[in-house]
Design a protein around this ligand. Structure first.
Ligand SMILES: Cc1cc2nc3c(=O)[nH]c(=O)nc-3n(C[C@H](O)[C@H](O)[C@H](O)COP(=O)(O)OP(=O)(O)OC[C@H]3O[C@@H](n4cnc5c(N)ncnc54)[C@H](O)[C@@H]3O)c2cc1C
Length: 379
């Protein structure tokens, strides 16, 4: 079986190609040293703070954060190249993933000068990790229905309610919670929401694990009981939470993590033909789909850099990409004869068990098809 075509394009400059090669060489060394085993879904389950810090030391975290806030002042395309290589290799990037992907950009866009100076250097150094506090037990797709409340008090806010499915909260330092800060006005459901940066070790924060069906613990439920959040931890403008959250979605939905979660498995199947690897035709068809998604995602990285609206293409990348990830899992499940206990068996099992999450996280594919239809003027 030939190697998968390299993730590269004609639009990549010699500098970007050199950066890709540098990351590849680094990864090859790390795998050869046994520092990590390539894993499926590594951006959710591969929590390794030492690895995050090592990336930071190389300037591969907080890449688009300006130098004055501890970042590298690099371009979105440079970040894209580095992230793509790390994901394609199944490297353990979960600890910093959320902070690096969307909290950094959000803080830069909406944060106060004090918040930027206080939090961004840690994000770029791989020492401060964040979770996302959007979903609630009765609020997922219909996010405007969140019921966690923030009540204004002297010097800050009192927060009460609960969040669910908060990836990595048990090991992160903060999460950004979407809360209702004004009473619900049913005629304007998206109004009156705010984003608060909540320290996960604050009094009144109770984090309880939710163990997935593969036995892994990355999800949590968070109970907030009269948690005091000082004024300086309000992100952006009170009441503008909906506009702020939706402006993050281009970052959240369009990146290479939406089509590369199972690439390490596809590569393993290509290598281990004697363990029931997929046919050349299937392998080639998946490679073509991934390369197409790579081009779409790359164009969004360019759009994010230039301020071009990307929400519709981002939704398309997420629907097509997560479908591809799931199809690879299914093809692997059907083809593989790897014995229990082997590395390949573990990867196939992980891909199949994690598969339902691929299309749910970051907004379900049903909801995203609605977004695409709206953008196309069909609804
Ligand atoms: C792996 C993973 C990681 C996650 N990490 C986080 C996290 O860190 N932080 C966080 O806040 N959340 C997180 N989530 C939660 C995720 O955002 C929600 O699961 C998702 O938004 C869907 O919400 P729900 O689970 O409440 O499903 P629901 O909204 O109840 O939807 C149930 C089903 O109904 C369908 N549906 C709902 N409304 C419509 C509609 N209008 N039209 C058509 N179909 C519809 C949905 O597509 C879905 O199939 C994570 C989820 C997963 C799977």
């Amino acid at each position: 079986m030939p190697e998968l075509p390299r993730l590269t394009t004609t639009v990549e400059s010699p500098e970007l190609l050199a950066l890709r090669q540098e990351v590849r060489d680094f990864i090859d060394r790390k795998v050869a040293q046994g520092d990590f085993v390539p894993a499926v879904n590594s951006w959710l389950v591969g929590w390794d703070t030492d690895f995050s810090r090592e990336l930071a030391e190389r300037g591969w975290l907080g890449m688009t954060i300006p130098v004055e806030y501890g970042g590298r002042g690099a371009t979105f395309l440079e970040r894209f190249v580095v992230m793509e290589e790390l994901l394609a290799a199944g490297a353990p990037v979960a600890a910093h993933w959320i902070s690096d992907r969307q909290i950094g950009p959000s803080l830069l866009k909406f944060g106060t000068e004090e918040q930027k100076r206080r939090l961004l250097p840690g994000v770029a150094a791989g020492t401060v990790f964040f979770g996302i506090g959007m979903s609630e037990p009765d609020s997922g797709s219909d996010l405007a229905s969140v019921r966690t409340t923030a009540t204004k008090v002297d010097g800050g806010w009192r927060v009460n309610g609960s969040k669910i499915w908060t990836s990595g909260a048990h090991a992160a330092h903060y999460f950004i919670a979407l809360v209702r800060s004004e009473p619900l006005d049913t005629a304007h459901r998206h109004a009156g929401l705010s984003q608060l940066i909540i320290a996960l070790d604050a009094d009144g924060v109770d984090i309880r694990p939710i163990v997935s069906m593969d036995g892994d613990h990355h999800f949590n439920e968070i109970f907030l009981d009269d948690v005091f959040v000082p004024d300086e931890m309000l992100l952006g403008t009170a009441g503008q939470g909906w506009e702020q959250v939706t402006s993050e979605l281009g970052y959240e939905r369009s990146g290479p993590e939406r089509f590369l979660s199972t690439l390490p498995l596809l590569e393993a199947l290509g290598r281990d033909q004697d363990l029931g690897g997929v046919s050349s035709a299937t392998y080639g068809a998946f490679a073509a789909r991934i390369l197409g998604l790579h081009e779409m995602s790359l164009s969004i990285a360019d759009g994010l850099a230039t301020g071009r609206p990307v929400d519709d293409v981002a939704a398309m990348v997420k629907v097509l990409g997560t479908t591809t990830e799931g199809d690879i899992a299914e093809a692997a499940g059907l083809a593989s004869t790897a014995p229990v206990g082997t590395e390949l068996y573990g990867q196939v099992a992980a891909a199949l068990l994690d598969r339902p999450g691929f299309s749910l996280r970051g907004g379900t594919n049903e909801i995203l098809r609605g977004v695409i239809a709206r953008e196309m003027g069909l609804r």
